[in-house]
Design a protein around this ligand. Sequence first.
Ligand SMILES: Nc1ncnc2c1ncn2[C@@H]1O[C@H](COP(=O)(O)OP(=O)(O)O)[C@@H](O)[C@H]1O
Ligand SMILES: O=P(O)(O)O[C@H]1O[C@H](CO)[C@@H](O[C@H]2O[C@H](CO)[C@@H](O)[C@H](O)[C@H]2O)[C@H](O)[C@H]1O
Length: 476
Amino acid sequence: MTGTAPANRGRIAPDPTGNAELAEALARWLPRRRWFADKDRLLTGVRILHAPAVSGPHAERTGVLAVVRAEFEDTAGPSDYLVPLAIGPVRRTLPGAADSLVARLRTTEFTDALAEPGFAAALVRRTALGGCADGLAFVPEGPGFAPPGPGAPERVLTVQQSNTSVVVGDRHLIKFFRRPAPGVNPELDALRLLRAGASPDVPGLEGAVHGPLGAATATYAVVQEFVPDSEDGWTLALRSARAEREGRADGFAASLAQLGSAVARVHAVLAAQGEVGALDRGVLSRLAREMAGRLDGAIALAPELAGRREAIAAVYAALGQATPRPGGLIQRVHGDLHLGQALRAGQRWYVVDFEGEPAAPFARRTAAHPPERDVAGMLRSIDYAAEHGAAAGWPGGAWAGRAERAFLAGYRAAAGLGPEESLLTAYQIDKAVYELCYELRHRPSWAPIARSGLKRLLGDAGAPPGNTLRSLCANR
Ligand SMILES: Nc1ncnc2c1ncn2[C@@H]1O[C@H](COP(=O)(O)OP(=O)(O)O)[C@@H](O)[C@H]1O
Ligand SMILES: O=P(O)(O)O[C@H]1O[C@H](CO)[C@@H](O[C@H]2O[C@H](CO)[C@@H](O)[C@H](O)[C@H]2O)[C@H](O)[C@H]1O
């Protein structure tokens, strides 16, 4: 590391002009982060691509929004990660958890900047004010917002998976995209459409931070309204399934009908504000081909799927031959909708995390789909909750049936018509295939949930606790 002399303390020069020691420390620190998405690959090294500076929370510490490139032994290509760092003299005690320490190199200390009081708040403040500095652009979106005052309390959300979000002053949430890629992040893009259409069903977009990525520009973070006192749909679903076992009725099914309506309204705004296309035979056969391609990719990761290839391919083939509903559309959708991405506050639902499937390239995440894709995601999530409960001995089947029917009824009431069956079936199977791979990779002990969901969707006999699509559709 060459940047430790007092004169340049706080600035990181891009590799290969220095920083070898810091890069080595990052190579040890990164794989232990929960948002590091390459845990199953052998990391061979880290390079610091960019490190634009932002004003530090206090005079002796500088913040940088470092973008680092992780390189691996395999040939699948490098991954870029956003790593906000605070740089300053070594301290006796760290402000956050001990694992916020990235490196102590001689007299200089490098820590996770999101654990430093004042760092996230300073970025939200700069976004509210707008402006450019050191290659970063702080851009308020829409009418803008009042900057948080000095000393606004901050807390890093611990539930996040792919990214890292910090709540500032209980009013704003700044979400740092850990995997920057060239262009506008799909979440920012979707939130702009939803703001333009005055959607009441998502937290309002307030601004964004952009920075360099090679010769391109990437979205580093978005700032949006924080929804206070909310609980996510997954937590509520598990509580409701447990209440059922204990013979206590609750209002969850009724609230899921409201969620169904909220999702339908989100779809309506995205269709009105974004690009749409006709759902014709050509689109159906393309979607069927894409699903079949994803199945082949999934079999490579989860060879157990090979035994089901024929049955799954038959469902996709049926989709490819189906007659589209007249007037059907493809449009921007959420792309990775599940109960954890619905927040209940008071009597309202808010839909969050429009980033799409975290591992997919941006172009695939923003591609137009029939809205059935999101509806299928939520049905899979209800099935997940039922299956999770079944493992604890809860009577998941009846609960799941009611929950799924309520969600579909709410969706239908707001959309004016229900999801199309061949699409809903194919998307649920496509999602269950994705989930099996996701679970095998990230949470192997959850793989049986995806496995048995897939079994049920393929109509295998004797697979409680969820419901076959046939039984759900019979009630449409
Ligand atoms: N605007 C918000 N207000 C309140 N909580 C939020 C908001 N956005 C996200 N959250 C909470 O943070 C969690 C993680 O957010 P999410 O956008 O899904 O992050 P990730 O991209 O890391 O998965 C959500 O499940 C929700 O509990
Ligand atoms: O929230 P993310 O965008 O990071 O989504 C990924 O992780 C999800 C798990 O947190 C995963 O969702 C799967 O598990 C959920 C329960 O934890 C369940 O409700 C979903 O239906 C199921 O798909 C999601 O697939 C993945 O992309």
